[in-house]
Design a protein around this ligand. Structure first.
Ligand code: DAH
Length: 339
């Protein structure tokens, strides 16, 4: 019996030593120390021993059990550590590896310009108003003093939805909606998309962006208009830019003007962009026509105002020297990441 126990101990320790998985180790535990395990059944057979032998063998058996339990526990913790280590090794992150090419999304140049324009006018106390892109003939034309025979009413320029509903051809209808709300004074800009049944080429697109401006108060003069728009031009194009107000005609303003700035390409020397003028047009403006005020319910004997409208694509092309408007809509990453 004693030899048997020694043999069993040796065999068990050998097997425990060479166990290489936790599962393997647990099988060994069951095999030796489990209910039907080898050592357990040997202990059970001790009842057949003589009275003298029993305590001696019992002692040895208990020692063997303790030794086996200890070596199982030691081996278990070794295997557990190994498992953690190999997991850590597998999951190691090599921080020296180059990253995947990160694609970041820069602001679209038109959004950049829109933000810049908005910032300039917000700085002067203007509010940002949003309008609607689908308008009725009243708001898109009549209320802006565009008579029934005005060329802009021609179907060629306007995307009609039905006889009296259309995609707005300018942001100017927002002026009318704002005035109709009856809250005075008004200092607002209205950026947004406008639609014209145009061909697509380097300077035309059926969809483009405008920023409308409107100021209504008592004591507003053409001098205020000049001051605000000259300030805008200098903030947008830089201090050195020269600003010129040139008489023009718009049905909804009287008097009306177009604003020119020193040609950004030739700095005023004269080139093909400015048609040798040294100046280029950047926006339209004027004092709000009394008829327009009255139609919107504003007393034109008490209130005056000025309005302006500018093309966002045009301003962006001038500022960044972009020669083809189609670049804005093609989403070519090489173009978009230049801003
Ligand atoms: N609505 C004009 C256009 O689309 C731009 C414009 C000119 C707006 C003069 C104005 C203005 O408010 O006063 O060409």
């Amino acid at each position: 019996m004693k030899e048997k126990l020694e043999q069993l101990k040796k065999m068990a320790i050998d097997e425990i030593t060479s166990a290489n998985t936790l599962k393997n180790l647990d099988e060994l535990r069951v095999n030796y120390l489990g209910k039907k395990g080898q050592l357990t059944s040997m202990l059970r057979s001790m009842k057949d021993l003589s009275k003298e032998e029993r305590p001696k063998i019992g002692q040895i058996a208990n020692d063997v059990r303790e030794i086996l339990e200890n070596s199982l526990r030691d081996k278990k913790s070794t295997l557990e550590k190994q498992e953690v280590n190999s997991k850590l090794e597998q999951e190691v992150i090599d921080i020296t590896l180059p990253t995947k090419n990160m694609v970041y999304a820069p602001l679209h140049p038109l959004d950049k310009t829109l933000e810049e324009i908005s910032d300039i006018f917000i700085g002067m106390g203007y509010e940002i108003v949003s309008g609607r892109e689908v308008e009725t003939g009243y708001y898109n034309f009549d209320a802006l003093n565009l008579g029934i025979n005005h060329p802009a009413r021609d179907e060629q320029d306007t995307f009609y939805i039905n006889q009296d509903t259309m995609l707005r051809t300018a942001t100017s209808p927002v002026q009318v909606h704002t005035m109709e709300q009856g809250k005075l004074p008004i200092r607002m800009i209205a950026p947004g998309k406008v639609y014209r049944a145009d061909e697509v080429d380097a300077t035309h697109s059926p969809i483009f962006h405008q920023v409308e401006g409107l100021v209504i108060d008592t004591d507003i003069t053409f001098g205020d208009l000049k001051g605000v728009l000259a300030e805008f031009a200098k903030k947008f194009f830089g201090d050195k830019v020269e600003v010129k107000f040139r008489p023009h005609y718009f049905p909804f303003t009287e008097p009306s003007a177009e604003v020119d700035v020193t040609c950004v390409m030739c700095k005023g020397k004269g080139c093909s962009i400015c048609k040798q003028e040294g100046f280029i047009e950047i926006l339209g403006c004027g004092m709000v026509h009394p008829k327009v005020l009255e139609m919107a319910g504003i007393d034109s004997t008490k209130y005056q105002g000025f309005a302006f409208g500018m093309g966002v694509e045009r301003l962006t092309m001038l500022k960044y020297d972009i020669n083809d408007l189609r670049l804005f809509y093609e989403n070519d990453y090489r173009f978009l990441t230049q801003f």
